[in-house]
Design a protein around this ligand. Structure first.
Ligand code: FAD
Length: 563
């Protein structure tokens, strides 16, 4: 197979134009094209009214060897070699199609000393569990929350009835934090071994639309994620894996720096020499337990801010101009960064086109925002977090421990402080504090909504967000919004809506591990995914789950070989 990359065509091209472009670039006749598939499709929206689609195409032709030889010679020689076809066609590269098929690193031995345990069934734990099961290691997955359908009922309990279940909510339960989300499946991690491809392929097997394999910014939306997670659970079980819900790990059994097992909330102990900790960023009690047991961890930077909502039509027009609304483009997203005078950086995060702002608290008496959407992304508002980067230096003031070097858990104290403040500002019944952008920039409390209706449920209480985050964060966001308006006209429109607070952007701690995947000071404990500070987002967490499963498998086999 040959891969053609950077093949550009106008947004509205007929299907035949793609075939013509392939034939022209390769200099072959139609009869010599055995077939082709789209490996990737993205778009370039920089030219107003002239949006182009950019393709990578895998082509099957009997002339493959000859074409590769010709391309090789052309690349080595002084002239670009024979090129045919449309203007710009000479930019299209032709290479052998890379082998992206996943290769298992191990097979479980016939008799397994002890089954590995995976704690947490978010994307990281799900993929660690799946790959361990596929290699024959029959993992036991322990998840503190409930199975996804029951969990959905509890999550709606907060959104509709203001009842928070601290063990079953947006953060905790089968599928993890990304289940009620936009289901964006892209990441900027370097992925030389194509683990991301394995994730997307497994998602398609579990019911995701095929297009996630080739569009540049795939997303799934909430409803599909729920049934996909169930299908993946069945696959793991059919391979001998076991999944236990409502099983919170409350303690670890460590002997001479080696993990020997875990203890559940009901006191049951499970022996294991290999345990994946795929806890997510909200397992504050579990982080505290691991810290108390001496597992090495450190404070890590993260970001805090608000959710902002605009009419989706405003974002579509700003990004796509006259081609806004085109079926292939869908609802537009954006990515913004501003470096402030006070040294802080403000950026947009987890942008959800055509979605809603959701209540994402996991602890009583606290309010946290996040965003989600359905596959169709056809809600009225666009939302995104607008957040300010903060560092362990910023947490010091919230650290109430006597630890002279500062507690690694101080970032959690900061989060709790501002989440409790948001709860109070929202009126104490899980409504979120909100303010229009016009009032926020003018420094006066909001008393009336403008044209943008906030989507957060159970509701938004209008107030002054000026004292809902540290001063430096407020100052930075006040400076950034007008700067963003220069990139997206209307971004700082007075009626745009801010809802707070966004505090769970990534983990406040890193549970450090070595190159072999083991914790730095506790053998057998494999910190993984977002909670351990090794991922941010569904795809990267899933990829980290695969890598951790590989590390566990190799460690088990090494132990077996040692006898
Ligand atoms: P998690 O998904 O957080 O899973 C951790 C699991 O561990 C949880 O199910 C938890 O219940 C369990 N657990 C914790 N402690 C224990 C314990 N002691 N015992 C047993 N079980 C335990 N990312 C994207 O890439 N795209 C998006 O569109 C997107 N949208 C999001 C929308 C929302 C509303 C939220 C909350 C997050 C969103 N994210 C999105 C972020 C994404 O969900 C996370 O990055 C990802 O889920 C992290 O995966 P993880 O497996 O590392 O952790």
């Amino acid at each position: 197979m040959l891969r053609l990359t950077d093949l550009r065509l106008p947004l509205d091209h007929p299907t035949s134009a793609l075939t013509d472009a392939i034939l022209a670039r390769l200099g072959i006749a139609a009869a010599e094209l055995s077939g082709y598939t789209v490996a990737k499709r993205s778009y370039d929206a920089r030219k107003r009214g002239g949006i182009e689609l950019i393709y990578s195409i895998d082509v099957d032709t009997p002339r493959e060897a000859e074409i590769l030889q010709r391309e090789h010679a052309a690349a080595a020689g002084p002239s670009p070699g024979p090129r045919q076809g449309a203007a710009g066609a000479d930019k299209v590269k032709v290479l052998p199609t890379p082998d992206t098929e996943y290769k298992f690193v191990a097979r479980a031995p016939a008799s397994l000393p002890l089954r590995p345990i995976v704690i947490g069934m978010g994307p990281c734990g799900l993929f660690a569990g799946l790959v361990l099961a596929q290699m024959g290691f029959r993992p036991i997955i322990l998840e503190r929350g409930k199975a996804v359908r029951e969990r959905t009922v509890d999550t709606f309990g907060l959104w509709r009835k203001r009842v928070l279940n601290p063990e079953s909510n947006v953060q905790f339960g089968e599928g993890g934090a990304g289940t009620f989300s936009d289901g964006k499946l892209y990441s900027q991690i370097s992925d030389k071994q194509h683990h991301g491809r394995k994730v997307l392929t497994e998602f398609v097997k579990a019911g995701a639309p095929e297009e996630i394999l080739y569009v540049s910014k795939p997303h799934i939306g909430t409803f599909r994620l729920v049934s996909m997670v169930e299908n993946m659970r069945e696959t793991i079980q059919s391979l001998g894996g076991e999944i236990r819900f409502s099983q919170r790990v409350d303690d670890v059994l460590i002997e001479d720096g080696q993990l020997r097992g875990v203890q559940l909330a009901d006191g049951t102990q499970l022996r294991a020499d290999h345990v994946v900790f795929a806890l997510g960023h909200s397992a504050r009690d579990t982080f505290a337990m691991l810290h108390a047991r001496g597992v090495y961890m450190e404070a890590k930077p993260f970001s805090i801010g608000f959710r902002i909502e605009h009419p989706q039509s405003l974002i579509d027009r700003a990004r796509f101009g006259p081609q806004a609304g085109h079926e292939i483009l869908g609802a537009a997203d954006y990515k913004l960064v501003h470096h402030c005078r006070n040294g802080r950086s403000v950026y947009s995060f987890c942008m959800c086109p055509g979605g809603t702002v959701v209540a994402a608290a996991s602890e009583p008496g606290r309010v946290v925002t996040n965003g989600m959407s359905q596959y169709s992304r056809n809600e009225r508002n666009a939302n995104a977090a607008i957040v300010v980067g903060i560092t362990p230096e910023d947490y010091r003031a919230y650290d109430d421990t006597a630890d002279p070097g500062g507690s690694p858990l101080a970032g959690i104290a900061l989060q709790r402080h501002w989440e409790a403040q948001a709860f109070a500002l929202g009126g104490g019944e899980y409504e979120a504090p909100g303010q229009t952008v016009g009032d926020f920039l003018a420094g006066r409390p909001s008393t009336a909504l403008g044209a943008v209706q906030p989507s957060y449920t159970p509701g938004v209480r209008l107030t002054d967000l000026g004292n809902s985050l540290p001063e430096y964060a407020i100052a930075a966001i006040r400076e950034a919004l007008p700067a963003f308006d220069k990139q997206i006209k209307g971004f700082a429109m007075p009626d745009a809506m801010l809802t707070g607070v966004e505090t769970r952007t990534s983990s406040p701690v890193r549970i450090a591990r070595g190159p072999d995947g083991h914790s730095l000071n506790t053998r057998g404990l494999f910190p993984a995914g977002e909670g351990a500070g090794y991922a941010g987002g569904i795809l990267s967490a899933a990829v980290d789950g695969i890598k951790t499963a590989e590390a566990v498998a190799l460690s088990i086999l090494a132990g077996v070989a040692r006898g």
